[in-house]
Structure formats: structure tokens, C-alpha cells
Write a protein that binds this ligand. Structure first.
Ligand SMILES: NC(=O)C1=CN([C@@H]2O[C@H](COP(=O)(O)OP(=O)(O)OC[C@H]3O[C@@H](n4cnc5c(N)ncnc54)[C@H](OP(=O)(O)O)[C@@H]3O)[C@@H](O)[C@H]2O)C=CC1
Ligand SMILES: CC(=O)N[C@@H](CCC(=O)OP(=O)(O)O)C(=O)O
Length: 351
């Protein structure tokens, strides 16, 4: 890498993940955005589709060409749909770029499992092996300067895994008892229009979707199994709620001892000590999505029911930030050896 600032490009800059990358990267002191890229609108200013970027991003959108991107940039974020990233990333790596991919294409280590859940042809095995799964607070130490391809975790898995892993790794919960009830705002589905997120369909409505079929199930199970040292299966149900941003993952598991809420708070505070972006609520207090809106925080709270000996863990994130663009920048920071919070120190937007 050369020059003072690291030069970054964004493929998929005209999507929700892409414009959020732009918002944070514009304020990042170590980074210069050298190319914003679109497959469908190359040559136009991004403000044509996103007037909020008028006079802020003035360079026209570039087309998708790996060699041209590599001629300008050191690192490229691919905020592109699953299936698209799988085809694009090999060329970007071949051109000598470091890649941080926001899609689900490189998160699963087993190509057959990917094909079963994503219904696309899997990327080559060597790329799946090479990709580092960048769930920063859990395995950020695997992200290094020599990482070529970082696979940014999914939005639901980020909220869910940050909520479950400390208790699972301490052996406090039964790995086979986990039920996850998750809810997302509509921006999780991207900018494309669909009946699912159409105003008349989602306003004043609550929808359950992809029961037992969600593509994040194998991603969650892959990480939980690695921590538990056994194959873990979960019940995972997703809901769409009439709000723009935010994920709440409410998780239930059987406790393996007489642990109290105060014990859990202490365990989680110790586990996440020094990690700014995970905030543990004191006993009896639970987070709400608005308390992390527009920020890279993940807030976690607990309730223990002594009658059922089950714990309820509530974890909230902003899906577009900690669930996508924010965590992708956190991964860039870790990869470059910068403080992981660089460029991400925005407080949540409230109200
Ligand atoms: N939204 C969210 O909360 C989260 C999203 N993700 C993942 O991040 C990725 C981006 O999501 P999101 O921004 O919401 O999606 P959007 O649908 O909002 O945007 C997708 C972008 O990909 C671009 N694109 C589509 N086809 C191609 C192609 N063939 N070549 C290059 N670019 C293409 C589109 O723009 P154009 O046509 O202009 O090129 C568009 O900018 C997805 O994989 C998604 O699953 C992950 C976690 C959370
Ligand atoms: C609300 C909503 O529709 N959310 C999307 C999140 C998908 C996503 O982010 O996709 P990958 O992580 O698989 O790339 C969904 O549930 O499919």
C-alpha cells in the first residue's frame, strides 16, 4: 500500500450497505474513497439516485472492472448481492486487491452447505478456506495485515452470535436448547422494491418469514458449533417489522447451572472487556433498537427465569451498521492495525 491514506473502492455503492459505507468512510481519517462503483449507473453522479449525497460525493460512478479498480484502490468493499460477490471477488483478488465482502457468499466453509441454503453455485473451496470470517469481537484476531479476503458476517448472525457466544463458551447454556426469535427493519432486505417490503404490505403489519429456511441458520450454526465443540442446531425465526433499521434478536436457552442475571452481566462484561462496540446492560435492563440506531454498537441484556431455568438474551444492532457497513470498516481497521473504532465513533441517533 502506498501514500498516506489507504485508497478504497466500493462496488455496490448504490445499495443500502454501499451508501452507509460512504457515510462512515467519508469521516475516516486513514482512508480515501477513490472509486464508487455501480453496474447499472456507471457515468452518472451517485446523487442522481441519492440526493442526500449532493455536493458530498461528486466523482461519477465507475463501472465494474477489476483491473481499473486495482489501478486506483488498495482495498475494495463488495456490497453486492449473494451470487454476484461469488463471481466478482475472484477477479478482484486476482487483480491484487484486498477484498471485504458484505454478502453471504464467503461465510460458510462448506460449499455444499452454501449451495443448499443460498441456491447458487458455491465459490471455489480454496476461496472459502481463504476467507476470514470477520465477526470482530469474537475472531477479530484472525483478521491480519496478510488477510486477502474478509467475509463480513450477516446482520442476524452478528446480533445473535454476539449474544450467545460468551454464555456458550463458558459452558453455561445447553448448546442444543437454543431458540432464536429475530426481528428486522425493512432496510435489511436492501433497496430493491418487493411486495414483501412495499409500504402497503409492511406498514402496521408484522410478518414472519423463511421459518426454518433462512440462509443465516447455517452461518449461526457454524460459529456456535465451533465454540461448543459439537454440531449445534438452532431454531431460528425471522420477522419483518415496520421500521427502517434495526435488528432485535431474542434468544432462549436452558441454563446448565444456577446462574443469575448478575452472573451473566459479569461474564459478558469480562468477555467483552476493552471492546467498545458491545455494551452489556445491567441486570433487569433490556436494550431497544433505537438505542443503537445509526451506530456500530451491539447492546445486550438478560433475563433469567428460575422456574424454567432458562435465560432470555436480548441483542440489538443497526443492521446496516454493525450488521453490515460498520462491521466491514471495523474489519478494515483491524486488518490495517488501526484502532478498531477508527471512523466509527458515532453515537446512536436519538430519537
Ligand atoms: N441491508 C442490510 O442490512 C445488509 C445487507 N447485507 C448484504 O450486503 C450486500 C448488499 O446489501 P444491500 O446494500 O442491502 O443491497 P442493495 O440491494 O441495497 O444493493 C445491492 C447493490 O449491488 C449492486 N449490484 C447488483 N448487481 C450487481 C452486479 N452484477 N455487479 C455489481 N454490482 C451489482 C447494485 O447496484 P448497481 O445496480 O447500481 O450496481 C446495488 O448497489 C448483500 O449481499 C446483502 O445481503 C449484509 C448484512 C446486512
Ligand atoms: C429484512 C430482510 O429481508 N433481511 C434479509 C437479510 C439478508 C442479508 O443481509 O443477506 P446475507 O446476509 O445473506 O447476505 C433476509 O432476511 O434475507
Amino acid at each position: 500500500m502506498s501514500g498516506d491514506k489507504v485508497k478504497v473502492a466500493i462496488v455496490g455503492s448504490t445499495g443500502y450497505g454501499g451508501v452507509e459505507l460512504i457515510r462512515f468512510l467519508l469521516g475516516h481519517p486513514e482512508v480515501e474513497i477513490v472509486s464508487v462503483i455501480s453496474a447499472s449507473s456507471a457515468g452518472s453522479p451517485i446523487s442522481d439516485g441519492f440526493p442526500h449525497l449532493t455536493d458530498i460525493v461528486v466523482q461519477p460512478l465507475d463501472g465494474v472492472d477489476a483491473e481499473q479498480i486495482a489501478a486506483k484502490a488498495d482495498v475494495v468493499f463488495t456490497a453486492t448481492p449473494s451470487g454476484v460477490s461469488a463471481k466478482l471477488v475472484p477477479d478482484l483478488l486476482q487483480a491484487g486487491l484486498k477484498v471485504i465482502d458484505l454478502s453471504g457468499d464467503f461465510r460458510l466453509k462448506d460449499g455444499a452447505v452454501y449451495e443448499e441454503w443460498y441456491k447458487h453455485e458455491a465459490p471455489e473451496d480454496n476461496l472459502l478456506k481463504q476467507a476470514v470470517y470477520g465477526l470482530c469481537e469474537i475472531n477479530g484476531d484472525e483478521v491480519t495485515r496478510s488477510s486477502g479476503l474478509i467475509s463480513n458476517p450477516g446482520c442476524y448472525p452478528t446480533a445473535t452470535l454476539l449474544g450467545l457466544i460468551p454464555a456458550l463458551s463458558a459452558g453455561w447454556i445447553d448448546p442444543q436448547s437454543i431458540i432464536i426469535d429475530a426481528k428486522s427493519g425493512v432496510s435489511g432486505a436492501g433497496r430493491g422494491t418487493s411486495l414483501m417490503t412495499h409500504y402497503g404490505e409492511i406498514n402496521e403489519n408484522l410478518k414472519v418469514y423463511k421459518i426454518n429456511k433462512h440462509q443465516h441458520i447455517p452461518e449461526i450454526e457454524q460459529s456456535l458449533s465451533a465454540v461448543a465443540g459439537e454440531q449445534v442446531t438452532v431454531t431460528f425465526t425471522t420477522h419483518l417489522v415496520p421500521m427502517t433499521r434495526g435488528i432485535m434478536s431474542t434468544m432462549y436457552a436452558s441454563l446448565k447451572g444456577e446462574y443469575t442475571e448478575a452472573d451473566l452481566v459479569e461474564l459478558y462484561q469480562q468477555y467483552y472487556e476493552g471492546r467498545k462496540f458491545v455494551r452489556v446492560r445491567e441486570a433487569g435492563k433490556w436494550p431497544a433498537t433505537k438505542e443503537v440506531l445509526g451506530s456500530n454498537y451491539c447492546d445486550i441484556g438478560f433475563a433469567v427465569d428460575p422456574r424454567t431455568k432458562r435465560v432470555t438474551i436480548v441483542s440489538v444492532i443497526d443492521n446496516v451498521v454493525k450488521g453490515a457497513a460498520g462491521q466491514a470498516i471495523q474489519n478494515l481497521n483491524i486488518m490495517m492495525g488501526w484502532d478498531e473504532t477508527t471512523g466509527l465513533n458515532l453515537s446512536p441517533v436519538y430519537p
